[in-house]
Design a binder for this molecule. Structure first.
Ligand code: GDD
Ligand code: MN
Length: 387
């Protein structure tokens, strides 16, 4: 074979590695947060389930306070096919998964929760489907044979089914379990969509499938998705990180995908929080004026400060959950947030006044001013507050 530079050469290197048996056939990415009991147990279960397949397990841990990373590292010293990515100062399931995917050269990549809720024994079947041509194979709890088996409470099961419906309707991609955290794909699929994925939130599979489907449609093809049913198990140790915030982040992701990513999830969440601020402002204004009898200017000032503070706190846990500021950095962040919003308010007033001068339409001028401050505050706080 002649040597060529660029892709050709990379391909040759990959092939050689595969032939000599150094590159595993399958990488299993395991996002973890506070799962110290579960990680070694999962490694043993994977080893049993994948006997005969060369695989590596990659734990992506966000510096769990319970020391999951240390436990995983200790184990990885005694086995050849376990690696740990220990992320510090970052949080988030989706970004943990994509980081793990980017760290392997295996041709097939699976993602499984650390908490043993997913049934690892279907992995060989998932791999077989992908090897025979499926682009993405999903472990599903809803297709024939799949079941909840007490893995979710009744309320969460209803919520999960509703989210599935909503996702199907909004994205036009029909899957029985798009919320699944358990799936397997060919590495090229990940490489194709990686630049367009949203790093925020929980729902990485939906994001990958929707993005890859759009790309395929553009080139006249279709994404081949396989499904393998399984029973969702109950969690043995540790606790779930699912919360109402995660649900709102998920809705943000859906709307963002509807705009084909034009409006980032974080912008939509930022705007949503801004909307909640208007409500907070009015409530505080009312209390300060009617109940506490503050003079109007003082009432308005208090309402503004409280609304800005609540916007900051909400953005910190919702929009920027992955960059959440704590302790002293929380205080510094709050101050920069006040400063940016004050300048944003000036920008708001001048734009609104300028438009009102050109055409005296109160609603138009008001909305344009508000939009101006949302865009301004969003862009500038991304630079100064949540870096
Ligand atoms: N690195 C990292 N960073 N891992 C995380 C983070 C994070 O911020 N948050 C959660 N994880 C890990 C957990 O340690 C676990 O291994 C996995 O991601 C799933 O988190 P859980 O908190 O157990 O989620 P769940 O069981 O409520 O939800 C699961 O089932 C849902 C189906 O209803 C997940 O698989 C969801 O993706 C899935 O939709
Ligand atoms: Mn779980």
């Amino acid at each position: 074979m002649t040597k060529v530079w660029g892709t050709g050469q990379t391909l040759m290197a990959d092939e050689a590695a595969e032939r000599s048996g150094t590159a595993p056939e399958l990488a299993v990415i395991v996002p973890s947060f506070n799962e110290r009991e579960n990680v070694p147990a999962l490694y043993r279960k994977l080893t049993a389930a994948l006997a005969g397949t060369s695989f590596e397990m990659i734990v992506v841990d966000d510096n769990s306070p319970d020391g999951t990373a240390e436990v995983a590292r200790a184990l990885s010293r005694s086995v050849p096919n376990l690696r740990v990515i220990h992320r510090i100062g970052r949080r988030g399931l989706s970004s943990a998964v994509t980081e793990g995917m980017g760290a392997t050269s295996a041709p097939f990549i699976a993602v499984i929760d650390a908490d043993l809720q997913h049934d690892e024994t279907i992995l060989p079947e998932m791999l077989r489907l992908a090897q025979s041509g499926d682009d993405v194979v999903i472990g599903t709890r809803y297709a024939g044979g799949g079941a909840m088996s007490g893995g979710l409470s009744a309320t969460r099961e209803k919520g999960s089914r509703f989210a599935t419906q909503l996702a199907t309707t909004l994205t036009g991609v029909n899957l029985s379990d798009p919320m699944s955290g358990f799936f397997l794909l060919r590495r090229e699929i990940y490489e194709d969509v990686a630049p367009e994925l949203s790093r925020d939130g929980f729902k990485i599979l939906l994001d990958i499938v929707v993005t890859a489907t759009h790309e395929r449609r553009r080139s006249g093809g279709a994404l081949k998705v396989g499904e393998v049913p399984y029973s969702f198990r109950a969690r043995q140790s540790g606790e779930s990180k699912m919360s109402p915030l995660v649900v709102i982040q998920f809705l943000g992701l859906l709307v963002s995908k509807l705009t084909r990513g034009l409006l980032p999830t974080s912008f939509l969440l930022f705007a949503l929080v801004g909307g909640s601020g208007v409500f907070v402002h009015l409530v505080v204004l009312y209390i300060a004026d009617i109940v506490l009898h503050f003079p109007f200017a003082w009432a308005q000032l208090s309402a503004t400060l409280v609304a800005m503070s609540s916007n900051f706190a909400l953005n910190n846990v919702l929009t920027y959950a992955d960059k959440r500021l704590k302790g002293l950095r929380f205080l510094v962040g709050l101050l920069t947030f006040y400063a940016v919003c004050s300048i944003g308010a000036l920008a708001n007033v001048s734009v609104a006044a300028w438009i009102y001068q050109a055409s005296p339409d109160l609603l138009l001028a008001g909305l344009a001013g508000a939009l101006m401050s949302v865009v301004f505050n969003y862009s500038v706080t991304r630079v100064f507050t949540w870096r």
